[in-house]
Design a protein around this ligand. Sequence first.
Ligand SMILES: Cc1cc2nc3c(=O)[nH]c(=O)nc-3n(C[C@H](O)[C@H](O)[C@H](O)COP(=O)(O)O)c2cc1C
Length: 197
Amino acid sequence: MDEILLFQTSPHENGVTATIAELLAEHLAKAHIPHKLLSLTKRPIRPCCHCGFCQSHPSSCSLDSANDQAPEMLNALRRAPFLVVFAPIYFYALPANFKALIDRSQRFWQSHQGLETENALPTLVLLHAARSHGDHLFSGALLTLTYFLKMLSRTIEASYTFRGLESVADIPTHIPLANALPSLVSLLSRKYEETLS
Ligand SMILES: Cc1cc2nc3c(=O)[nH]c(=O)nc-3n(C[C@H](O)[C@H](O)[C@H](O)COP(=O)(O)O)c2cc1C
């Protein structure tokens, strides 16, 4: 049976992003929805250097090696029938290692993969940041994720954004997050029935 893949992308081990991902995993476990947590923390991802290798070698990258986990991560993200991406905002953007992974999907752009939205696989995006204000706090990250996910033949089914989450200590009293968790579980339960079972 297939599972929902929960992908946490913060470099902060046991930080806010990891804690939110684990919270959702606990709720899914209680609802008996099969899921798996995948963390990008500490995974070695070398940055794309625009060497041009993927232009002449479709879907390949000169940086793929035993010391680099980009292919493993990209394959997991492409395969997951339903994906949930968790990310914090760092300087109005996605964290550096996640951006490094995103740039490594250049191989799919070069070979024109993922450009068809027909049959695109569904993805849920959860972003959070410390600031309570800022009209464009999540805009850049959402735009980058839209095009990254397109390269993986995926589409954003829904996105949730949470403000005012600076540290793990803010989580227990964060009302919007507490209110969103049950609706996230029912959405994932519905999706699981539709797409995965
Ligand atoms: C390098 C860095 C840059 C950040 N930039 C922003 C920012 O631009 N806007 C904001 O609201 N919060 C910013 N934050 C705060 C984080 O988004 C917030 O603390 C988040 O909950 C951290 O999640 P984590 O513990 O998983 O890293 C930044 C934090 C760091 C470490």
